[in-house]
Each structure stands twice: as structure tokens, then as C-alpha cells.
Design a protein around this ligand. Structure first.
Ligand code: HEM
Length: 76
């Protein structure tokens, strides 16, 4: 799926994160937990390529979510 296809989801997702009290500093530990889980569950299938794809995806999503969250916090 391309970014364009699911970018309309970013507002409701970011709004939900703000509602749950998620702050910028939470994205790092969540990334660590996500990557630990992926490594544990995928084992040998967690190849450097897979790791790289997940890293790019998480960084993209987290960036968008942080931005939208910061805007929502400013507007509140
Ligand atoms: C790439 C970053 C993230 C994405 C795309 C994401 C996406 C989502 C989505 C789609 C939901 C469901 C929203 C709903 O209730 O309609 C959710 C729930 C939630 N997220 Fe995130 N999230 C991200 C990062 C984080 C971070 C950093 C935290 C901080 C600890 C967090 C905490 C939560 C919590 C507490 C819920 C509610 C879980 C529940 O209903 O039991 N998320 N997230």
C-alpha cells in the first residue's frame, strides 16, 4: 500500500494517540518494543531487508503521528 492510499487515516490515528495521552518521548520505547517483538516472532525471517523496511515504515508513521499530535495539542 502506498502512503497516499492510507494517509487519510493519519488524522483519526493521531487524534486517538492524543486522546490516549501519547507524547513524543513515547515513540522511542514503543519502537524498541516493536522491534524486539518482530525479532522474537520472526526469528531468521527478520532479515536486514525486513528490518530496514520496518525502520522506514515506523519512522515515517511516527513522524506523521508526532506532527499531527503536535498540531492537535496546539489547537487544544
Ligand atoms: C507509528 C506510531 C503509532 C501508530 C501508527 C499508532 C496507531 C494506533 C492506532 C490506529 C490505534 C487504535 C486507535 C483507536 O482507538 O481508534 C492505537 C491505539 C493505541 N496506541 Fe498507538 N500508534 C502509534 C504509536 C503509539 C505510541 C508511541 C504509544 C505510546 C505508548 C501508543 C499508545 C496507544 C494506546 C495506549 C492505544 C490504545 C490501545 C487500546 O485501545 O487498548 N501508540 N495506536
Amino acid at each position: 500500500m502506498t502512503w497516499t492510499a492510507w494517509s487519510p487515516l493519519r488524522k483519526p490515528w493521531a487524534a486517538a494517540m492524543v486522546r490516549y495521552g501519547v507524547q513524543e518521548q513515547h515513540y522511542g520505547p514503543v519502537a524498541s518494543a516493536l522491534f524486539m517483538t518482530l525479532k522474537q516472532e520472526l526469528g531468521d525471517d527478520f532479515t536486514p531487508e525486513v528490518k530496514c523496511a520496518w525502520t522506514e515504515t515506523y519512522l515515517l508513521l511516527a513522524g506523521v503521528m508526532k506532527d499531527a499530535g503536535a498540531k492537535a495539542n496546539k489547537a487544544a
